[in-house]
Ligand binder design. Sequence first.
Ligand code: GLU
Length: 408
Amino acid sequence: MQNPFENALVQLEKAANIMSLDKNIYEILKYPDRVLTVSVPVKMDNGEIRVFVGFRSQYNNALGPYKGGIRYHENVSLDEVKALSFWMMIKCATVNIPMGGGKGGIIVDSKKLSLGELKRLSRGYIQKIWREIGSDKDVPAPDMYTTSQIMGWMRDEYEKLLGHADPGVITGKAIADGGSEGREIATAQGGVYVVRELAKRLKLQPNEVKVAIQGMGNVGGFMAKLLSDDGYKIVAISDSKGGIYNENGLDVKAVFEHKKQTGFLSDFSNAQNIYNEHLLELDTDILVPSAMENQITIQNANNIKAKMILEMANGPTTPEADEILAQRNIIVVPDVLANAGGVTVSCFEWEQNNKNERWSEEQVFIKLESIMVQAFNEVWETKEKFNITMRAAAFVKAIERVAAKIKI
Ligand code: GLU
């Protein structure tokens, strides 16, 4: 398994070379400002105590409070959290929102916990990190396997410890808890705005474009729905257990119904069962990795047949694979742009909480669209200007913004 933080540093180095970044700024950006490792004892339902290990990495706050989700997964590691916090810094700066980069995680298979255990774990984590977070300091949010309900518990625990309200301490809350309209589908919606811009640039007709989506979580699931509503042909979808494929397109609504009823994607009528690895190598136009890091690697990059890759997951492509894809002229819309819709609406939620406002879903999406469209076009123009990949272009734009705020 490749170390995601090493991958992130390779990406940083590449961008630093392209833009001849000041070497002192480069040195600073190679390290997170602060990382916390905490042990969280949880009383399990059987009365025993189990200790879970959690992290919070605060990478950089030059542009605003540290910002980024909290992931619950058994493979979480400090290096993964550091990498994800670095990508959050780049992501927020790419879309030009007033937020820095942070990320948290707990090593846990949350599917194996009862609701009560999950609640005690989430509250226990906040008890360990609460002095380091706050609406003007570090603002967590959901990530893999964390939900609006968990965000609600975390906000509540934080405010109890603090002694007064601070609703903007955490985003991705349920609407009743001070969440924003549109946050739930924001990541996918942002991805769709990006696809629309890409389609304009490349003169694509949605009904002629075949799309394969890896991942059926909050991001991949909504991507499938929204892109099929836009007329794209969704030919393959997978979840962690496997996937399905029909080269003429899947009926996305029926696929969701089938998964709801059987618990699986496999054995969907009129489709072929496939493995996740197979999905990545299908003959499609747009490949949308929406699951984990390190999916497109030196092992499979030469077998990718898609013409474009929209990275809805964080870090799905390793730097070596990135080079192969670039040589093969496959357009990669990088994670820091493609999936930035989530954190952008998190930023709107934070703004609404801080100003005690409530925006309609329509207002949220109008603002989101304008931010995503502008960021896409800035990245595209930077790519054309320097003849570099979209990832390098996003990094150059983002690092320019962060560097301008670092005083040395
Ligand atoms: N976890 C999401 C991401 O990776 C959202 C973070 C946030 O809303 O702060 O971008």
